[in-house]
Design a protein around this ligand. Sequence first.
Ligand code: GLA
Length: 748
Amino acid sequence: MSISIKNQQFHLQTPTTSYIMDIISTGELRHLYYGNKLHQDAKLEHTNLTMVLAESPTKDRTISYYNISREYPSYGRSDYREGSIHIQNDQYGDTIIELEYLSHYIISNCPSLKNLPHIRNTQDKAETLVITMIDKSLGLEIDLYYTILEESDVITRFSIIKNTGSMNLKILSALSLSLDICCDKNWELITLNGTWGRERKLERSPISYGAHYISSTQGNSSSSLHNPFGMLVRPYTTETSGEAIATSLIYSGNHKLNVELTPLDNLRLMLGINPFDFNWSLNPGEEFTTPQAVICYSSQGMGSVSRELHHFVQNRIINPKWKDHQRYILINNWEGTYFDFNEDKILAMAEEAKKLGIELFVLDDGWFGHRDNDFTSLGDWFDYKTKLPNGIKGLSQKISDLGLKFGLWFEPEMISEDSDLFKNHPEWRIECPRYIPCQGRNQYVLDMTRKDVQDYLYEKISSVLEESTIHYVKWDKNRNLTDIMSRELPVNQQKEFVHRYMLSLYQLFDRLITKFPDILFESCSAGGNRFDLGMLYYMPQTWASDNTDAIQRLDIQWGSSMGYPLSSIGSHVSESPNHQTGRYASLQLRGAVALFGTFGYELDPLKIPLKEKEIIKQQIHAFKKYRTLISQGDFYRIQSPETNVCSWGVVSSDKTEALIMVTRILSSANPTMIKINIPNLISSALYSVDELGITAYGNELMNSGLWMPVSNEFIKNTELSCFCSWNRSGIDPCFPDFSGMVFHIKKI
Ligand code: GLA
């Protein structure tokens, strides 16, 4: 890792990549190169073109934005694309900006961002280059921050925009990252899209001329519609080969990822706060900090970029307290009881869960106010005594006495009309005086920018957490923002509201997490509607989806793994038939899929037949044995759920063991054999695969691959049998399709 600066050229070197910029005669910061690592003295002279072009910001017609990649582009001076920064001044009213290089400096380590989640300093070294750009005519200074890390190829970027002049400025757009790729249209774009119950489905599409974007306008959600993540890949890039550039935003609100390809084959990738409905006043003396964006390059395929991101998230985003801390195997009562429970019922479930080997009991929605359905009580964070006569304090004590940890659900950002809170503070609800506010799940959103709202939530949540024995909090948020405005903000600052909401929320997280450092927080938003690096900074795991159907989870977890590590992906085994899809799947298959995540159960253990309880005990026993490998190992996507067979697995960093999952979605008569090539073993080492009763050399398993047996009869009885139901159509009348198995490969 190094930052070298020679002849007005900045060369950032990560362990295997180079990122190079220089300053040209106009003072423009030019982007020169991003890709595999180059020699520290590489001059890239061949990129100095001498074409004479029609349009230029200066009289020198060899300088044109048709042939120059811009590092921090703006609109208005002969670049007709959307830029990183768009600012209006109140003296002339125009939005033209021309930035030139002013100065630079280097700081050791990562900078911290005011009120925004960001990469953390660790024992590993980091360096940050800060380049200051200036527009003298506006009194505008912009510091561009680039951080590189000793242990990772990830580069992070953000900027601080300062009004050092005398005009009032309005920021119309301030994106965190922009990457120009000159004269090269041979890319495709991968994004993660979906909706409730179908989050983060991978889509790979060619890039055609013009602009294409994905975004969130949901306000308080990065959203299940479009994750703030994207990857540029070559048409020939696979999991194991070819170029890939991934980018992600450390932010949970409105975002926009924009890809623009001009007919001259110049590609621009941008990511940051969504400029739509955004407008920030920047008066003289004020500054604005953008969220931090992440970028990572590999020439070794999508899998390699994903693994870099996984390690980065584990090392630099997640709260270090939880980095290596084993996450508790939990049972959540939501699908087991919904709102219909009382203390006796919960204790009976907990007692049964304990017998199965579960470590944490999570009480979900319905414990507060008088909440028996989703029309009431959000905001009333006090015990519902009819259900819980001894309150959360009494219940949590009894659960502790059973030898289990206890967790609790909150949805703090919300308010129900039928609540004491609404009676006392109707003005805390977000609404526009001209309209009746829109509903979402029969509830409304609190104005989180208000200090009195933040303090109320801080006090109420703190008092529940203080007086009870609580080890885990599920922080939910089940609706998005509508009727966006705040009574607290002046008319000309209303378009700041959404970003201010996020800043205030992050502040509240900070206060609570600082006060309760030992509580494990899991974020949730109607399933996975707010799955992003911003949330993971505060809460190390996220409930991936309300959809617990094992087959649909293949898509959800496959897509999530593009940018997020397994330790962040909340995955539970639920009942069959599945509550969301009505589909039947064997307990073994449901377990096999949930195993590759934080693992837990979402069902009523009292309703489970004895035979299945034995299987659950074995699953929990096996997860306990392999959980370090699952959360710390390197994750490989092997075969995509787009085909009938899906396979993925983890390999330990020393390559001595691997845990591999294979599912076959539909069986068929006279089936084609299934073969799985195991990734990244030691070629010459001998391995055993007990489930298949074989031994083989690493290079055999990697190159010839493992042939899957035809059915369960050929799978040996091992501790992983509880994850194997590999059926030939017709053998098991209940589960004719949807087979799954997990096997362990161990160096002998
Ligand atoms: C959301 C969550 C669920 C559950 C319910 C409770 O839908 O995603 O897991 O907590 O709320 O109301």
